[in-house]
Design a binder for this molecule. Structure first.
Ligand SMILES: NC(=O)c1ccc[n+]([C@@H]2O[C@H](COP(=O)([O-])OP(=O)(O)OC[C@H]3O[C@@H](n4cnc5c(N)ncnc54)[C@H](OP(=O)(O)O)[C@@H]3O)[C@@H](O)[C@H]2O)c1
Length: 286
């Protein structure tokens, strides 16, 4: 990579950030399109976040992605946010405009929907029932995106009060439930989504009565390390269609790349294989 003096710059702000696959992902697209630009890992301590964002803007960066634990702080530092960031209550994509304004977007929920559309082109969301496990930042973005597409959402969370607060904040066709009520929701589910931290490396997938899901149900897990979680393997074993979390990661990156580097990039098998090569397929210990 050789940069000119007018190279376009972006990066991912996180703490820590070493685990992030975003530099690899954006680096692939930059190389594919021969763009004079770079995308960097940017480790930023939480107490330095707002100053770091303003400094990047002042240094001429085009913007960047925001990951754990900064997504809510990013929302607060923005001059303007998109409607979907407003709905998600968090920002994962920052864009610095020509006037120096800091604009925030949240592409997580959209990225999830796009990954489903790519994997299952015939699937539509209107009138479908989704059982969504989790009430954290990712669950909120996904719930908002599903509701905006006309789906019904049953939110299930270990801490039911958190699910109730989220359902109230989003409004519309969404209900909140405790974990022990999940099985009763399964027979009506078109879509089951794990948006909890369970299933990540070293953390077994949630024990769920998958036998209660109808044949038509699709099981999605947004965890992507490992790529084939215990939940996905159990659902495959039942003959259900599954969608892993890597697609969401790849698709959520597209709007940022387009804004910073001027090309709407494509998610294809070559990109997927390149990013996958860095991620274990299964947690052998789980
Ligand atoms: N594919 C992608 O592009 C993508 C994007 C973002 C996030 N993710 C993944 O999504 C997951 C959630 O991320 P997040 O940012 O939403 O995290 P978060 O805000 O910290 O929320 C974590 C969620 O997991 C639940 N949880 C944690 N430990 C649990 C346990 N032992 N038993 C039951 N529930 C448990 C929490 O329940 P409580 O409310 O009860 O604590 C909460 O609902 C992570 O695995 C992350 O890697 C993937």
């Amino acid at each position: 990579m050789i940069l000119s003096g007018s190279a376009k710059l972006a990066g991912v702000l996180g703490w820590p950030v070493a685990h992030s696959r975003s530099p690899r992902l954006h680096g692939f697209w930059l190389e594919r399109h021969g763009i004079d630009g770079a995308y960097l890992p940017l480790p930023v301590r939480p107490d330095r976040f707002a100053d770091a964002v303003r400094a990047l803007r002042d240094l001429g960066f085009r913007g960047g992605n925001v990951t754990i634990p900064h997504k809510e702080a990013a929302f607060a530092v923005c001059d303007r946010v998109s409607r979907r960031a407003e709905r998600a209550g968090a920002v994962n994509t920052l864009i610095f405009d020509a006037d120096g304004a800091i604009i925030g977007d949240n592409t997580d929920g959209w990225g999830f929907l796009e990954s489903l559309r790519a994997a299952l082109p015939d699937f539509t969301f209107v009138g479908r029932t989704a059982v969504l496990l989790g009430a954290g930042g990712a669950a909120r973005a996904i719930a908002a995106a599903l509701l905006d597409e006309g789906a019904q959402v049953a939110l299930v969370n270990r801490t039911p009060e958190r699910a109730e607060a989220l359902a109230k904040a989003l409004g519309g066709t969404i209900t909140a439930h405790a974990c022990d009520a999940a099985g009763a929701l399964f027979p009506a589910a078109d879509l089951l989504i794990n948006a909890t931290a369970l299933g990540m490396m070293g953390r077994p997938s949630p024990p769920l009565p998958l036998e209660r899901l109808p044949e038509r149900a699709i099981v999605a897990d947004i965890v992507y390390v490992p790529r084939r979680t215990g939940l996905l393997r159990a659902a495959e074993g039942r003959g259900l269609r599954t969608v892993g979390g890597l697609g969401m990661l790849l698709h959520q990156a597209r709007p940022g790349f387009a804004a910073w580097f001027g090309i709407d990039p494509v998610v294809d098998g070559e990109l997927e294989a390149f990013v996958s090569a860095d991620i274990p397929e299964m947690d052998e210990g789980a």
